[in-house]
Design a protein around this ligand. Structure first.
Ligand code: AMP
Length: 124
């Protein structure tokens, strides 16, 4: 299991490059602890990636001291949903924790997925 925690300048993942603004992203929200941007290959009409600026490889690496950061990321999900007008209709939040779950980018992220107004996301 990947337990390394990189500093922002050393984060080798694609999301590290986005955080350093080395590659572009379609950003919908940013604050001092989090960034949210459109997924490059959306799996739903609304597909946003929410990441902490601080590197954690995935949810399995979470420690007690990360609890406030996790709560903040969930709060950001609501802010983003409100901004994109899907808070009332509803959204799905997913994190893939590890390769066996389909995680490709080893920087903790939540996928915020939502359908168009009046439609439903397919169930699992
Ligand atoms: P996961 O499989 O959970 O690690 O999800 C990684 C997600 O990051 C996938 O949905 C990718 O489409 C998305 N992704 C990869 N590169 C980029 C990028 N440069 N900009 C936006 N999203 C990306």
């Amino acid at each position: 299991m990947e337990t390394t925690r990189y500093n922002l300048e050393d984060n080798p993942t694609i999301f590290g490059k986005i955080l350093r603004k080395e590659i572009p992203a379609n950003i919908v929200y940013e604050d001092d602890k989090a960034l949210a941007f459109w997924d490059i290959a959306p799996k739903a009409p609304v597909h946003i990636i929410i990441i902490p600026k601080q590197h954690l490889a995935c949810l399995r690496c979470m420690e007690t001291s990360d609890a406030n950061l996790m709560a903040h990321l969930l709060h950001v999900a609501n802010i983003v949903a409100e901004k994109l007008d899907v808070k009332e209709s509803g959204y799905r939040l997913i994190t893939n924790a590890g390769q066996g779950a389909g995680q490709e980018v080893p920087h903790l992220h939540f996928h915020l997925l939502a359908s168009k107004k009046g439609e439903h996301l397919p169930g699992f």
